[in-house]
Design a protein around this ligand. Structure first.
Ligand SMILES: Cc1cc2nc3c(=O)[nH]c(=O)nc-3n(C[C@H](O)[C@H](O)[C@H](O)COP(=O)(O)O)c2cc1C
Length: 228
């Protein structure tokens, strides 16, 4: 069977009823007596628990939604690469669709769904480019293929066919043979500084725990429980 083809026997229907997809969430709870004052601390605790005890393949995969230049929100997955006191850092092409959207409107929303732990975290915040040295440091430790790939791809631009990209990669491999690959100026980090963080823990009978932290004007976090 050719690579990339998935074999489905019989006729493929254009409709599907998913009303029988149902799961009960009963693994954990999120109660007020467990809450810390700073949501970053809770995020880190949850992240470390997911890493240590649950079989999530890419716990750092997160959805980032932006408001596009066309007025539509758009979600896509990126990889969280650093958590600091100031925020959440990921790397991308600054000229991509998301890069342009953030330039025009820095308000973004991140979300994580850790299915094995039955947890969701939603983070509203503002995105800004990281300092160049943070992008340099991360670019340096990427595998060489990923470094060259970042140079080869004008992310989000139309490309005529796959061969164009593969040729570009071959040219770049030759150009930088025996040399370090330089980070292109248009590739780097964004840091998302949170203003609101919501923690969702699945519970029985759809009575899930939802705790929302909101940042006040004097930089205090207030927390409230939301109805599921
Ligand atoms: C698991 C996974 C991880 C990804 N990680 C990144 C990433 O860290 N940075 C990135 O720019 N794109 C990443 N992508 C690709 C993005 O989802 C997206 O296709 C790309 O950034 C272009 O988005 P845009 O055209 O909306 O800007 C990842 C996709 C998947 C499925």
């Amino acid at each position: 069977m050719a690579k990339g083809l998935i074999l489905i026997n019989g006729k493929i229907s254009m409709e599907k009823d998913l009303s029988n997809y149902r799961k009960s969430y009963e693994k954990q709870e999120l109660l007020e007596n467990n809450l810390v004052d700073n949501p970053n601390e809770l995020f880190l605790r949850w992240f470390q628990e997911v890493e240590a005890h649950f079989d999530e393949e890419e716990a750092n995969a997160m959805t980032i939604s932006t408001i596009g230049l066309d007025g539509f929100p758009k979600n896509r997955i990126v990889l969280l690469k650093k958590i600091t006191h100031d925020g959440f850092i990921f790397f991308t092409n600054y000229k991509s669709e998301k890069g342009k959207a953030i330039d025009a409107n820095p308000n973004v929303c991140l979300s994580f769904f850790w299915s094995q732990a039955q947890r969701q975290v939603i983070i509203k915040g503002t995105a800004q480019k990281t300092e160049a040295n943070i992008s340099d440091d991360y670019f340096r430790v990427r595998p060489r293929g990923s470094q060259l790939g970042a140079l080869a791809s004008n992310q989000s631009e139309i490309v005529e066919n796959r061969g164009v990209l593969e040729n570009e990669l071959i040219q770049l491999e030759k150009k930088y043979l025996g040399m370090d690959v330089p980070r292109p100026d248009h590739w780097g980090g964004f840091i998302v500084k949170p203003v609101e963080m919501e923690f969702w823990q699945g519970r029985a009978n759809r009575l899930h725990d939802r705790i929302r932290y909101q940042l006040t004007h004097d930089s205090q976090w207030i927390k409230t429980r939301l109805s599921p």
